[in-house]
Design a binder for this molecule. Structure first.
Ligand SMILES: CC(C)(COP(=O)(O)OP(=O)(O)OC[C@H]1O[C@@H](n2cnc3c(N)ncnc32)[C@H](O)[C@@H]1OP(=O)(O)O)[C@@H](O)C(=O)NCCC(=O)NCCS
Length: 214
């Protein structure tokens, strides 16, 4: 059954998501009918991006006249969490869960609502992703790893086996998390960092091995 889909935010990641969705449709997936975007930026009202209209501000979704599905392709964990809270009362709004045409997932893969697996991602076996979690292009997640809700995995991240990544964790581009690591909720890992010990104290960690930035 075809479902009407609106993209929240009409920015650069939204453009990548449109491309991703068009590839899914070309591959034969007829699930989604793309209506356009909602975006709070005044200058974007009435414009179009990749031929799809900006339909109004995010609040337009609160009074949408029929069932509609939405996705939030934006990198900031807190931004997605705030929008999910803002839209929580809209009972006709459903969160879309999207796996790109080239995303590969193994046995016992689980993915929560609103999550997005981008192109060329690989989740091997027994991987679980929470709600509104984004795995960006070219990232790899290995066996028995669990990601919480509102996690952002930037492009080219490697998460080895048996890891536990807490809610709202941000992993910068190209970060590597070795096996059996736990990262506490809300922690930021900088681009290119190598995490070799559990990260339990909140903050931003950079470098190899990753250390907390003062
Ligand atoms: C770690 C990060 C969050 C820090 O951001 P910030 O707090 O604004 O830090 P600043 O840019 O002010 O830099 C502060 C210091 O940390 C260093 N630093 C910043 N990021 C670093 C990184 N990833 N690795 C090592 N050092 C880093 C800077 O060189 C600077 O050092 P200095 O004080 O000796 O000059 C950010 O640099 C980062 O890596 N973000 C990830 C970006 C990303 O992957 N985006 C994906 C887009 S799809």
């Amino acid at each position: 059954m075809e479902q009407e889909l609106i993209i929240i935010g009409a920015g650069k990641f939204a453009r990548e998501t449109v491309w991703m969705l068009e590839r899914l449709v070309r591959q034969g997936d007829r699930t989604w009918k793309l209506l356009g975007y909602v975006d709070d930026t005044p200058e974007k009202q009435g414009t179009s991006v990749y031929g799809l209209p900006v339909l109004g501000t995010v609040d337009a979704l609160l009074s949408w006249p029929r069932d509609v599905w939405a996705i939030m392709p934006m990198g900031t964990c807190g931004g997605r969490r705030a929008l999910a809270q803002r839209l929580a009362q809209a009972s006709h709004l459903h969160w879309a869960t999207i796996q790109a045409a080239s995303a590969v997932t193994g046995k016992n893969f689980e993915i929560g609502e609103g999550s997005l697996l981008c192109e060329n991602t690989l989740c091997t076996v027994d991987v679980k992703l929470g709600r509104h979690t984004i795995v960006n292009v070219g990232s790899t997640i290995s066996h028995d790893t669990v990601l919480g809700d509102f996690v952002t995995v930037s492009p080219g991240v490697t998460i080895c086996g048996n890891c536990e990544i807490g809610d709202g964790v941000f992993l910068g581009a190209g970060a590597t998390i070795i096996e059996q690591i736990r990262i506490a909720p809300g922690i930021v890992v900088g681009a290119g960092a190598t995490v070799v010990r559990d990260l339990t104290v909140s903050g931003t960690y950079v470098g190899t091995p990753a250390r907390r930035k003062e």
